[in-house]
Design a protein around this ligand. Structure first.
Ligand SMILES: C[S@@+](CC[C@H](N)C(=O)[O-])C[C@H]1O[C@@H](n2cnc3c(N)ncnc32)[C@H](O)[C@@H]1O
Length: 271
């Protein structure tokens, strides 16, 4: 560990009460550099000065960045139940009226794939046969994307799934489960930075961006939400994390359809 990095890790561990030394050094470096990139900071020394000047707030944001890959299949359960019971049936009836059978999703900040594969499972379960389902799954973290493409998970990641769903969509392998190849084909993984890159696609029906924007600045949040707005079709849905809020200024562009599940719908003049 170089000195500036060690001083930074010691300082943040002391201030946050979370012992960062427990993490692998390469992982820790990657996450801290990610946060530095978002702030436009070039080296660990400069970042430590910024943390000391900013205080508690930046320490919290860094901790969030470090613990950020935490996820699981159907995280929080109820937003996925709402997707299956309310959102997808509404989309299906709207599409049938215009003779379309394509439903497009974007899992923005997909971590190691649990969310986009959950979306694929929900879509297959709720829509049944005859639909073309396409799921874009993006993340800034290469290592996560690699694991997502592998599609191999520990049993704890699957604890929100019923035995029937596990049997249908996973193969048992060693001490874990591998996503079946037919399910993988619905999901396309791509590296993408929500704070700088253009949206991955247009004409989307549903965007899930959950537990990603929590540590974005207001400007970065506004940029991402503006991209979601442009990427969605009229009446398309945006689902964010339970503890998250849309940035100010989006009230006229998204209506809240379920506050508890944090589900919003794109409003246009024609909606
Ligand atoms: C806690 S995980 C959320 C995973 C999933 N959406 C969920 O709710 O469980 C947050 C993910 O956001 C990704 N992320 C952080 N900053 C990002 C950025 N600027 N652009 C895209 N993804 C980002 C992280 O790499 C991480 O995989």
């Amino acid at each position: 560990m170089d000195l500036a990095f060690r001083t930074l890790v010691d300082y943040v561990s002391r201030e946050s009460g979370i012992d960062l030394h427990q993490y692998r050094e390469s992982y820790l470096k990657r996450r801290i550099e990610l946060r530095m990139k978002m702030l436009g900071v070039r080296d660990f020394g400069e970042y430590l000065r910024l943390i000391k000047a900013d205080g508690e707030d930046e320490v919290k944001k860094l901790i969030n960045t470090i613990t950020i890959n935490v996820t699981e299949f159907m995280r929080d359960r109820t937003p996925f139940e709402y997707l299956m019971k309310v959102i997808l049936p509404e989309i299906a009836s709207r599409k049938r009226r215009v003779n379309s059978n394509i439903v497009r999703f974007w899992s923005a900040g997909c971590s190691c794939g649990e969310e986009p594969y959950s979306l694929a499972i929900c879509a297959l379960e709720a829509l049944g046969d005859g639909w073309m389902i396409s799921i874009y799954a993006t993340d800034i973290d290469d290592a996560c994307l690699e694991m997502a493409r592998e599609g191999f998970y520990k049993p704890t990641q699957l604890k929100n799934l019923s035995r029937a769903l596990i049997n249908k969509y996973f193969d048992r392998e060693g001490d874990g489960y591998r996503v079946k190849s037919f399910l993988k084909r619905y999901v396309r993984f791509k590296k993408h930075d929500l704070t700088t890159d253009e949206p991955v696609s247009r004409y989307l029906d549903v965007v899930f961006c959950r537990n990603v924007m929590i540590y974005f600045s207001e400007n970065q949040k506004a940029k991402a939400v503006n991209d979601f707005y442009n990427a969605l079709i009229a009446g398309g849905y945006l689902v964010i994390g339970k503890s998250e809020t849309l940035p100010a200024g989006f009230k006229s562009r998204f209506e809240c359809v379920n506050l508890r599940e944090k589900v919003y719908r794109k409003i246009t003049d024609s909606t």
